[in-house]
Design a protein around this ligand. Sequence first.
Ligand code: PEP
Ligand code: MG
Length: 579
Amino acid sequence: MEIKKGIAVSPGISIAKSLVIDAEDYRIPRRKIKPAQRMREIQRVRNAFKDAISELAQLEVARDETEEGKIKDIFAVHLRFLHDRSLHKKITDLVQSDLVTAEYAVSATLREIASHFTKEKDAYMRERATDIYDMERRLLKHLLGRKREDVEHLTEEVAVVVRELSPTQTAGFDKKFVKGIASDAGGRTSHAAIVARSLGIPAVVALEDLTESVSGGDTVIIDGNRGLVIVNPDDETIRQYEEYSHEFVELEHKLDAIREKPAVTRDGVKVALLGNIEFPDEAEMVLQKGGEGIGLYRTEFLYLNSPSEPTEEDHYQAYAETVGVFKHRPVIIRTVDLGADKYTQSKRFAPEPNPFLGLRSIRFCLQNLMMFKTQLHAILRASVLGEVKMMFPLITNIQELMQAKMIVRDVMEDLDEESITYNKNIQVGIMVETPSAALMASTLARDVDFFSIGTNDLTQYTLAVDRGNELVSTLYSEVDPAVLRLIRTVVQDAHKAQIDISICGEMASEPEHIMLLLGMGVRTFSLAPPMIPEVKQIIRSVTIEDCNSVARKILAMNSERQISNYLRDATRKILPEAF
Ligand code: PEP
Ligand code: MG
């Protein structure tokens, strides 16, 4: 039995057999072969092509009746590539001339081709690089003779153990079978962690070398409350954890019972609790947990779990489904926040050197106007279905806001010309998640209907601490006095300008931060759906007067350690079960 300590990112307990998955790519060493081995390697290339072709042909037939034309088209494109004689020749020539292994020749040739595609100006052509990488993986699978352990088609319950999880991988998990997640890398507000939290899958990250201690099939306990992973637990530990898990589920049921009760403080102040979602089917969970609308719909996930870019209709359908659940309640659709760790199909294989400071979010949209307009078109069409609002991420200055709003007006004119109805008074807001936006809040407030503070990024950018890097995770804290001062400024400026203000970063789902935020004047929280009942319980247990006094004390403190200890103690008194 081995116990590993990491960072708890999604509560709950799971006891399951492990599924260890490697990174997205195989590592292919550049191994030399002897001249006499050339023919054997060439034959291996031929066999791999043959196997990949027959596998694809089978997949194409199997999907034929069940899937949309889109997937079939992709397989057909892959098949055409694999039948291409010149591609085959290029690979075998490389084996002949450079005396390299079949796998090296396949990988090097396809990667070279893909790199040409990634440099293309045309978005469609750039996307083709994804196809090439896909084929590379398929051929390598046959060459290396080991099947990738596939997390998208599971048939039994597993705990996923992985070095580093991408948001894309997490989004592809089958919730029915993935019972827990444990990763070597990652931070509390990394996007993969956020997705796990939203899906209600217990998760622990930053376990350093866990993947070296676990083999596929080992039993692992993932304790998403205390940040522990226990590898090959003994019988007594399993028994204790089964009991603990039972207690946790009971606590959850108890909390669920307050679903129907309002989020009102003991002295009668109403608080709005909304949900953060990544997929439309999560909206139902927000409702079940007692949420009153959607405060943050992370629409970029439409791009992450699909093999091709979503069409306007894909966007529209997703929004219509979400609004259908919350007809007369607010649904805040955030325009895509791609870039950084969330790549589009075409950029997935060409990351930037400093992606979190690069072409991300609204910057990406403003440079990809066709894509941006497609989404805006769909949001505006959906705006007549309910109380839809639109929000721009990562605004850093007033020009970006003006430019984005101007494009919204352009799209409105297009809709007018097409006689398509939309809500002409749709509310438009921004996420305040950069220090510059926080400092300029009073100016930005004049041109928006609402602010939503993204504490995940605000913390990362204020403290210069990568939110997903476990090596600096102890420095990452939303209650660092520097971050709190910015939050206070934004809240005060929003109040002065009389615009709505909410918090939608993970801070809003941390029970120990609620009193402080209430005391700072926040009355709307948007959070991971499974955390809604717990946060509501806190709200129902406090008075605003108590919260004001907590906030006053905290804002006079200069040390993060002192602040977090104080908040933990204060919350423990109110909701001891949460600890
Ligand atoms: C944030 O940054 O706080 C936020 C809510 O956005 P995301 O986590 O999607 O970056
Ligand atoms: Mg953000």
